[in-house]
Design a protein around this ligand. Structure first.
Ligand code: SAH
Length: 357
């Protein structure tokens, strides 16, 4: 590692910020030694804020039906080979009941942009979830909606919302999405979510097609200024039935490096070690924790639909029952000195009682 890279890392640790061009310099100048130093500092930071607790979120993949056509995504509209399914409200509630018994106190409802889930339907699901499990947080991850819709869902009881910004550069955004999708609308959604009092998550894929270190520096600067409660990053993994089938996947190495940078930038952020990271590296999620991540998201979807929620090829965790998924992650976390917290796992500074403004 050069002296310059070492000094950037220590400055980042001290000031929790670097100028954008220096983020790019850090990314371009990184080597194994720099990654090890960053991971050590990030891991110490995670431990100082969260101790050895790793938060778990029970992921319920509610639908593989999507009206969008994102070029990277396996459930894009034009993928006629994708197997489509949709969980009924009853099925979603049953997944959550099972998850509750296993110790989950946060449920993440994620899916394609499926028109079936109107405000009325989705608000009903959120209300019933909160009624049955008032001590749980409900996180939604169902894409771009109107401000009114986000407000109605918030009033129905949704606590958090995950909407990756995907890239902070409008030109890069246009290369990853069809013309009918807009960077400005995605950013509008993120602003609305935050204003409505959601614990909001943004994020991006590492190694997405056409991504440069300068793009990544822009993503880091966006995250630093947006100050999300959560940040989801994972490697891009090509899907065989998408236009990006022949693009190289993102690396675990760069993903881990960026997890560490983000932990130093935002010590309190909720940072998952994602399934995609576990897909490109066998002990990827453990490595993610050691690089500064503090959240894992075991799958609670019914096993019969698991393979159909196929955003990318070779996705892991598609065969096991929910209990097995949780046990497997518990063991993996234990192997890196951590335990799974039975807790909502709010971002520090957020109180569970906070109501929509
Ligand atoms: N429809 C919702 C949920 C999208 S799926 C939404 O628009 O927010 C959640 C995330 O999976 C996406 O935001 C994207 O960053 C990621 N993803 C999609 N395709 C992927 C791929 N091929 N490789 C890795 N991650 C992918």
């Amino acid at each position: 590692m050069t002296e310059r890279v070492r000094s950037l890392i220590f400055r980042l640790e001290r000031e929790q910020s670097l100028p954008e061009r220096e983020y790019a310099e850090l990314i371009r100048g990184r080597d194994e030694e720099a990654a090890a130093l960053l991971a050590r500092l990030a891991s110490e930071k995670r431990r100082a804020v969260f101790g050895n607790a790793v938060y778990t979120r029970g992921l319920i993949e509610i639908s593989s039906i999507c009206k969008n056509n994102c070029l990277y995504c396996g459930i894009r509209r034009d993928n006629i080979l994708a197997e489509r399914y949709r969980l009924t409200p009853e099925e979603i509630l049953a997944c959550a009941d099972e998850g509750y018994a296993l110790g989950f106190r946060t449920f993440v409802l994620q899916g394609g942009e499926d028109p079936f889930y109107t405000d009325e339907v989705l608000c009903g699901i959120v209300r019933q979830l909160k009624e049955r499990h008032p001590d749980c947080a409900v996180t939604l991850s169902v894409g771009e909606r109107s401000r009114e819709s986000y407000q109605a869902l918030r009033e129905a009881g949704a606590d958090r919302y995950l909407l990756r910004h995907e890239t902070a550069d409008p030109d890069h955004y246009a290369k990853l999405h069809p013309r009918e999708m807009s960077f400005d609308n995605r950013m509008r959604c993120l602003r609305d979510l935050k204003e409505l009092g959601y614990q909001t998550g943004c994020g991006f894929m590492v190694g997405s097609p056409f991504q440069t270190p300068e793009n990544l520096a822009g993503d880091l600067k966006f995250i630093e200024t947006f100050r999300p409660a959560m940040c989801g990053i994972g490697p891009f993994v090509p899907h065989r039935n998408t236009p990006f089938r022949d693009h190289a996947p993102g690396t675990a190495e760069l993903t881990l490096f960026l997890l560490s940078v983000i932990r130093l930038m935002l010590p309190e952020v909720l940072l998952p070690a994602t399934t995609a990271l576990g897909t490109v590296l066998p002990r990827g999620r453990e490595a993610g924790i050691l690089a500064g991540a503090n959240v894992v998201m075991p799958n609670l979807s019914p096993v019969r639909v698991r393979k159909k929620y196929e955003l990318y090829d070779n996705k892991i965790c598609t065969g096991e029952e929910s209990a097995q998924c949780r046990d497997c992650l518990r063991q993996r976390m234990r192997s890196v000195g951590c335990f799974l917290a039975v807790d909502r796992g709010d971002a520090p500074g957020y109180t569970s009682a906070k109501k929509p403004e």
